[in-house]
Write a protein that binds this ligand. Structure first.
Ligand code: NAG
Ligand code: NAG
Ligand code: NAG
Ligand code: NAG
Ligand code: NAG
Ligand code: NAG
Length: 849
């Protein structure tokens, strides 16, 4: 089977996967009071009067009533009802523990004996009240999501007050897809900012609003879980602020985002966006909706659905989300959140305490990050559910509280026992580890001891307890959540230095004064725990002077946090343009490119599996206090899905700016894709302008394409950074331009390896610093000897030596150099063949001495 067939197979399989309808394991549909089975929207409701004994009805007195005035306008499901004159229940046996959907249909009518509008009753599910003193005026369907962890779900009806009876028209009980209500990811918006809301699945949720924003009403027939979605228009505070957006393409569901069960296609295929009919693209305003949720104040679960159907290409849309006037999500970047795929469904969960106003107000508006040309904000869907357990105390909870108390005493005792056992274990382990220490430090490769060793990330903090390393060893990098809270002033918003697909990035200082950058998995990101652990396993093994290294991680209380070394001077991009920082000299720029190429070379060749970075760009190259380049953000995108093939369009390529054009043809990223992106960075460094600038004339928008036109004419110097004019030696510029051109070759096979690029950049630096202007180099005869990657390297100290900055390295070198090219090259080339030797981390190296 060749690659193409495999690819086709994968496409077919994924299609099958997505088109398969959800089939709940538990699925009970009851037509109450009916003696026939009724099929509605392809679902068969069993008549509970059809065969006594198989109707799920248990204790109590009930009678079936028939609507004497059968109207053709309402569903046949509502021609009958069941009336309960004493407390009665339905019992359903449960095969799958977990969240279940329960829908109770109430359709009041007047029969000979009962006026169902006068009923007054309560309903409970396994003893928990869903409805109290409930009276039905109009047709209504009440929907709940609740956790069932018993073999039976009993739904009870209790007549209250004077009426003396209860009734129900139809009942649905079915198991929800397991990812519908996740155990992590909801953000609680409280008085002290946003924190994680835990244990969402164990809450009982009652649906209050379900809105298909920008779309039409969706009936159970249109929905994967037989839900009803209503249009948003009547909830818009200012209708003219919003404009409907819609697409005919089906959304691109992917792992890590929303699934078709979370919301159906139609929700994601329509949205409201900012109405620009009467305003320029620059004006900033919010679109606001007020959703009634009932007075009295309660805690609500709010799920917002997004799918970027308005952008023409990636990274155009950045917007803010407000709930009840507070920031709920700042600078939401759907492109990143959906792993660089447009029109891919995504959702974010919030928990909000609503006030007495009886409304939940949701606003979306453009973020400061968006480009002035295309400021926009969107919303595709809203679900608001009341969290019932937070309501007023109910009888069941008082009854249960004894058990809770008893339970907690037992639990407390158990925890104490466990603590004692653990303590003994830790003491023992500690002794064992102390004995192991010398053996480990003479070993090679990565060991958890490096956090104690001579590296810059010495001891994390006093009292940091390291778990015993697992088979992967990386568990030794665990950092307690409390330490990270302390390091970031409890995730102070002012310490946010960026955001990415994984979540917010904070700056922080550990107790030992180690500066860190910390990526906290947003509740919304939902990157799975296994992936997270794989990332740590990979990242913890990578250590190189020109790669940003992992200091540790935290995986507590459903937090997923990665902690990196803090790189003082930030992204290279900021030093090139747009932020008013002093310009870098040509030599500095070359040093930075050389450093980055080294980091990349190590990724490609230094580890067994060969890591493709996949996202080389000037914002992913960071500079430390000595302007030493460090490549960041590798690894995290490894397990993410790739761009969808439907994105094969020059539009995406043009705007993406850094993406390997061949990738579109072969659907496969290779290390040569990184080389292409690196070529774009080289041009960016030379010209000091963004890879894509939509504000420029059309032929100039894509930097790489534009620069190559000039390069091919031999006039690259015409478009370089004005600051560099007259400061770059022509031979150095020529070498550099040729190198960039090779990187940007249309086909991967024509591009050099990053090792070759590195050598050529070294050469360009020599040409600049030594003033060698001789032509011999230019005909390309002094190509580097083909160096085996594993060749012995005499310059490891240079690479690993602490305190030797990249620029200093070169200065030292250039002083040693003569103006003859050949010896220089022989002195220089070992620098790029870092080989396996650099697998060693500084701590291990230090330990060996
Ligand atoms: C309704 O469906 C149930 C279950 O399939 C079946 O046992 C019963 O006979 C059906 N009743 C009628 C009236 O068709
Ligand atoms: C029957 O229903 C229709 C509309 O649903 C209503 O107008 C009419 O008054 C009803 N008749 C009786 C006898 O309740
Ligand atoms: C239902 O009956 C209770 C008394 O048991 C009463 O307090 C309540 O107001 C009644 N509810 C309605 C809607 O009539
Ligand atoms: C929803 O289902 C109805 C049939 O009940 C169909 O007529 C309608 O076109 C569907 N709407 C959408 C948006 O698919
Ligand atoms: C645009 O402005 C005109 C005139 O001020 C107004 O009549 C129209 O309703 C506005 N349209 C929108 C969509 O706000
Ligand atoms: C958008 O709404 C938020 C919250 O109410 C408010 O703080 C912000 O100022 C609004 N922005 C604009 C441009 O009106």
């Amino acid at each position: 089977m060749n690659i193409k067939t495999l690819h086709l197979l994968a496409v077919v399989l994924s299609f099958l996967y997505f088109s398969e309808a959800f089939t709940p394991q538990d699925n009970y549909l009851i037509a109450c009071g009916s003696n026939v089975n009724i099929t509605v929207d392809n679902r068969r409701f069993l008549g509970d009067s059809a065969r006594p004994g198989s109707s799920y009805l248990s204790a109590g007195k009930s009678i079936s009533v028939v609507n004497p005035n059968r109207s053709s306008s309402s569903s046949v499901l509502y021609n009958t009802a069941r009336v309960f004159t004493s407390a009665s229940s339905y019992a359903f046996s449960i095969k799958k523990f977990g969240t279940h959907l329960v829908r109770l249909h109430f359709f009041p009518f007047t029969s000979m004996d009962y006026n169902l509008n006068t009923a007054n009753f309560s309903v409970s599910a396994n003893g928990v009240f869903l409805l109290s003193n409930f009276a039905v005026q109009n047709n209504i369907i009440k929907e709940y999501m609740l956790m069932v962890d018993k073999v039976e779900l009993e739904i009870s009806f209790m007549p209250m007050g004077k009426s003396g009876f209860a009734f129900v028209s139809a009942i649905e009980v079915f198991s929800a897809p397991s990812d519908l209500i996740a155990d992590f990811g909801a953000k609680l918006m409280g008085t002290n900012g946003i924190e994680e809301f835990k244990n969402l699945p164990s809450q009982i949720l009652e649906t209050v609003q379900r809105i298909n924003v920008g779309g039409s009403k969706l009936t159970p027939f249109n929905d994967t879980l037989w839900r009803t979605w209503v249009p948003d228009e009547e909830f818009l505070v200012l209708k003219s602020a919003a404009k409907i957006a819609s697409t005919t393409h089906t959304p691109k569901y992917q792992k890590g985002g929303a699934s078709r069960e979370v919301a159906p296609d139609n929700v994601y295929m329509t949205a409201q966006q900012m109405n620009r009919d009467n305003s320029s693209g620059f004006s900033i305003f919010n679109i606001t909706w007020d959703f009634p949720v009932g007075v009295g104040g309660a805690r609500h679960f709010v799920r917002l659905h997004f799918c970027d159907i308005v952008s023409l290409s990636l990274n155009q849309l950045y917007f803010n989300v407000f709930i009840n006037g507070f920031f709920a999500y700042k600078d939401l970047d759907l492109s990143t959140a959906t792993f660089h795929l447009l029109a891919s469904p995504y959702y974010i969960d919030f928990v909000v305490d609503s006030d007495d106003s009886g409304i939940v107000r949701i606003s979306v508006g453009p973020s400061d990050l968006s480009t002035t040309l295309r400021k926009n904000a969107i919303l595709n869907g809203v679900e608001i559910m009341k969290i019932l357990n937070f309501g007023s105390p109910q009888t069941w909870s008082r009854k249960r509280s004894h058990w809770v108390l008893a339970g907690s005493i037992i639990a407390g005792f158990a925890a104490l026992c466990l603590a004692i056992v653990l303590f003994c274990f830790v003491v023992k382990c500690g002794k064992k580890r102390a004995k192991l220490k010398p053996a480990v430090s003479t070993g090679t490769g990565w060991t958890p001891l490096r956090v104690y060793g001579g590296s810059t990330h010495s001891r994390l903090s006093e009292g940091t307890v390291f778990a015993s390393p697992g088979s992967n060893g990386y568990l030794g990098l665990k950092i307690p959540f409390a330490d990270l809270q302390l390091a970031t002033n409890n995730f102070d918003k002012n310490l946010i230095i960026g955001s990415g697909g994984f979540g917010m990035v904070y700056k922080g200082v550990l107790r030992d004064n180690t500066k860190i950058a910390l990526k906290r998995g947003v509740p919304g990101s939902r990157q799975g725990l296994p992936e997270f652990q794989t990332e740590i396993a990979i990242l913890s093994k990578i250590r190189h002077r020109h790669l940003v290294s992992l200091v540790g991680f935290c995986e507590e209380q459903s937090e997923m946090i990665l902690v990196y070394e803090y790189v003082e001077k930030g992204p290279l991009k900021n030093h090139l343009y747009g932020s008013g920082l002093p310009p870098l000299s040509w030599s500095q720029r070359l040093e930075i490119c050389i450093g980055s190429a080294r980091g990349l070379h190590y990724l490609h060749t230094g580890s067994a599996q060969g890591i493709i970075h996949r996202d080389i760009k000037s914002t992913n190259i960071l500079l430390d206090e000595n302007y030493v380049a460090k490549v960041a953000d590798f690894g995290l995108s490894r397990s993410g899905p790739c761009l969808d093939e439907t994105h094969v369009s020059t539009g995406v390529k043009g705007s993406f700016g850094y993406l390997d054009p061949e990738y579109f043809r072969r659907q496969q990223l290779t290390d040569k894709s990184d080389v292409y992106s690196f070529g774009v960075v080289l041009i960016e460094v030379l010209c000091a302008r963004p890879a894509v600038d939509p504000l420029l004339a059309r032929e100039q928008v894509n930097l790489a394409e534009w620069a190559m036109q000039w390069q091919k004419k031999g006039l690259l110097e015409k478009i370089i950074d004005p600051y560099l004019v007259g400061k770059v030696k022509p031979s150095s510029l020529k070498k550099y331009g040729d190198t960039a051109e090779k990187c940007l070759a249309e086909y991967g096979v024509d591009r050099p390896s990053i090792g070759d690029v590195l050598w050529n950049l070294e050469h360009a630096l020599q040409l600049q610093e030594t003033g060698t202007q001789g032509e011999p180099q230019e005909d390309g005869h002094i190509t580097p000897p083909e160096l085996p990657v594993s060749s012995t390297n005499t310059r490891i100290e240079e690479e690993n030596g602490a305190g030797t900055s990249g620029s200093r390295t070169s200065q030292v070198f250039s002083q040693l150099m003569t103006s003859e090219a050949a010896p220089l090259i022989s002195k220089h080339y070992p620098l790029y063949s870092l080989g396996n030797a650099l697998d060693l981390n500084p701590a291990a190296a230090a330990a060996r001495e």
